[in-house]
Design a protein around this ligand. Structure first.
Ligand SMILES: Cc1ncc(COP(=O)(O)O)c(C=O)c1O
Length: 529
């Protein structure tokens, strides 16, 4: 008897129709989340490689030896392009030659690489201070990726975020240096940062860390595999810099692999062994994992292995050149649009665009209105909220662009759309989040008091926080959720949503976003589809 209840072809047809509703992953219309090389044959190769290893379990590279071979080759490639061969420039802490060997692992993505870098540093810090009850600190510019917020929360570190220059998004070395002390287990800098594409001053920070024997992680998750092949000279930012102890770079970004693959490189075998979890203290097979997952798919690894083999360094140079040319073109385009400006001095294939406050208010372009206008023309830019830093200064709200090799092939259409979008919204003031919120609060059953009470409840922490029904009714009142918890597509305009994110207290926004995301995947009651 057949085990199939539905014809597989029909199942695939259903998936195809679900996929048709997705934002387009190819063709350069989505300028975040996806990294399109523009080379169809490369995607085909990746797909074929992933399929070949579909049944393999990456948990045990001694049983599935293809996993060991591919992981070693991918780590070897990353070590070479990030100047970690022959130990790079050394840990800078005077340990023996072995301490300089750069080794690594393939992980499931940037967040996992970041979490593991923090675990490794925490455990090294603890080992050097046995019996110390103190909580270790993680110091980083406020622009560090939120994956480090997650890592600190999961691993019990205090996160010490250092304000950056609000005009440029760049951290100041002196400000970071002031925060260093014996309780710092790890400093993290970015190459480049996601919000403003700043290449943090890696060499300067490495020097102050090495002098104090503090570990330094370079988060090159997004830009690493682009910066390594970037045209022209860049300041040294990888293992060429003495004192860099680990580095993360994602193959599922500018390595053009399908999602689920990143590398974490660590200087020093002994340091890196702290990344592992090992136990024989149970009656099953010995568990020895360098990563958070147990059983691991081999597909993303195989796909990235195949891409690396096929492209080699010359292929990466060619693809990076396309992204770099497109980035330069868009940067000068934006600089030429009255009312907008590129923030700071971005390095790599990312841009953050803010309002140009130098021009008269009626000539300014709000970047969120601009993104919404571009979206109606089919171009998806990413809205980033403003942020008040711990020193009271405010980072502007911006619109983010991730530029990929395919962008070069759509530059004329994209440029025209960006200019037209700016023309359409020039002079429209940014949404006043406070005003919007007051209006929405007045319509709540309990009025503004109900919102204030919700904020207080949430600020008291998770235990006292909002229950899911109260959170959902706020979302319904804000128009972000249909009645009775039904989810819908995102609203047409995202600027008002971002204005709310900026105006609501952080803990309440976070709780509401949790509710929204959880409701999106909650199965509907039977018969409601
Ligand atoms: C600098 C940086 N670090 C870490 C991450 C997290 O990567 P992932 O989304 O693969 O977990 C990102 C994602 O964009 C990033 O830009």
């Amino acid at each position: 008897m057949s085990v199939f209840r539905r014809d597989p072809a029909e199942v695939i047809a259903e998936l195809e129709s679900l996929r048709a509703a997705d934002a387009p992953t190819h063709g350069g219309r989505v300028l975040s989340y996806v990294y399109d090389s523009g080379e169809h044959a490369l995607d085909e190769l990746a797909g074929e490689a992933a399929r070949l290893v579909q049944p393999v379990n990456g948990l045990d590279p001694t049983t599935f030896t293809s996993v060991a071979a591919m992981e070693s080759a991918v780590v070897g490639f990353a070590r070479r392009v990030f100047h970690g061969e022959a130990g790079g420039a050394g840990a800078g802490d005077g340990d023996g030659a072995d301490a300089d060997v750069v080794v690594g692992s393939v992980t499931s993505g940037g967040t996992e690489s970041c979490i593991l870098a923090v675990k490794t540093a925490r455990d090294a810090w603890r080992a050097a201070r046995e019996g110390t009850p103190r909580i270790p600190r993680l110091v980083a510019p406020v622009t560090v990726h939120a994956a480090f917020h997650k890592a600190a929360e999961l691993l019990g570190l205090a996160l010490d975020l250092v304000p950056v220059d609000p005009a440029t998004g760049a951290p100041r070395v002196d400000d970071l240096e002031e925060r260093l002390g014996d309780d710092v287990a790890l400093v993290v800098v970015s190459a480049p940062s996601y919000p403003f594409a700043t290449l943090d001053p890696v060499a300067e920070v490495a020097a102050i860390c090495a002098a104090r024997h503090i570990a330094l992680h370079v988060d090159a998750c997004i830009g690493g595999f682009a910066l390594a092949f970037w045209p022209g000279e860049l300041p040294a930012w990888d293992f060429a810099v003495p004192g860099v102890t680990s580095l993360s770079a994602d193959l599922h970004k500018y390595g053009y692999a399908p999602k689920g693959v990143s590398v974490l490189l660590t200087r020093g075998r002994d340091r890196q062994r702290r990344q592992y979890f090992a136990t024989t203290a149970w009656p099953g097979y010995p568990v020895v994992n360098p990563t958070l997952a147990g059983s691991r798919p081999a597909g993303p690894l195989a796909a990235s292995w195949a891409i690396v083999q096929a492209l080699g360094e010359p292929g990466f140079v060619e693809l990076t050149g396309r992204a770099a040319r497109a980035t330069a073109a868009l940067r000068s385009l934006v600089d030429g649009i009255e009312g907008l400006q590129v923030v700071g001095d971005p390095t790599g294939p990312l841009l953050a665009v803010a309002t140009d406050d130098e021009v008269a208010p009626d000539r300014r372009v709000d970047p969120h209105h601009w993104a919404d206008a571009a979206r109606t023309a089919g171009w998806h830019l990413q809205l980033q909220p403003g942020l008040v830093q711990s020193d009271g200064t405010r980072l502007p709200h911006t619109t983010h662009l991730t530029i990929t090799p395919v962008t070069e092939s759509v530059l004329p259409e994209l440029s025209a759309a960006l200019v037209a979008a700016a023309d359409a919204v020039r002079g429209a003031p940014p949404i006043d989040g406070g005003e919007l919120l007051a209006g929405l609060a007045a319509q709540l059953p309990g009025g503004a008091d109900a919102l204030a009470a919700a904020s207080v409840r949430q600020a008291q922490g998770a235990a006292a926080g909002l229950d899911s029904d109260s959170a959902a009714s706020l979302l319904v009142a804000f128009g972000l959720l249909g009645g009775a918890g039904a989810t819908g597509a995102l609203p047409d305009r995202l600027a008002p949503v971002l204005a709310l994110v900026e105006a609501l207290p952080g803990p309440l926004t976070e709780r509401l976003l949790v509710e929204l995301l959880a409701r999106v995947v909650e199965p509907r009651p039977a018969g409601s589809d």
